[in-house]
Ligand binder design. Structure first.
Ligand SMILES: [Zn+2]
Length: 148
């Protein structure tokens, strides 16, 4: 991963902010990020598809000093090592994202996760937001959090 210009970033805001993929009208496959033609059938006839943000950790790694992509090197210097996962969304696509609100000992392949909207980094005077993933809360846990 390298430098992402403001125009390139801005064009991908629906994907980055709300996990909007492209559903192929021919075969139904969800393509995320958007592609010029469907990765499953090769057709190029899409409609927007808002994704649930729920999925499972497919694999993960820890980014530490010296291994951080340029886009995130400042973050690594400020907060230390952080976890990045490939998340297989329940609609099918696999995406790469940072993990958050997750203890290192919790992180494992197959962990149920949910997307959460977060500040990712700042570049060229623009704060760049996007999706990170955290362990999915059970309904009981969610009720405890939302009760007054
Ligand atoms: Zn298709």
């Amino acid at each position: 991963m390298a430098y992402v210009s403001i125009p390139t970033y801005s064009r991908s805001i629906p994907e980055r902010y709300a996990l909007v993929g492209a559903r192929c009208k021919s075969c139904g496959a969800i393509n995320l990020p958007r592609t010029l033609s469907c990765l499953k059938c090769g057709e190029a006839n899409f409609e927007p598809a808002k994704l649930s943000g729920r999925g499972k950790v497919y694999c993960y790694t820890t980014i530490s000093r010296g291994g951080s992509p340029p886009e995130f090197s400042m973050q690594q210097n400020l907060v230390g090592s952080y976890h990045v996962a490939v998340v297989e969304l329940e609609e099918g696509p696999k995406i790469v994202a940072q993990m958050t609100d997750c203890k290192p000992e919790e992180l494992k392949v197959g962990l149920s996760v949910e997307a959460t909207f977060r500040r990712i980094y700042e570049d060229e005077g623009m704060i760049r937001y996007g999706v990170k993933f955290r362990p999915a809360r059970s309904i009981a846990q969610a009720n405890l959090i939302t009760k007054p």
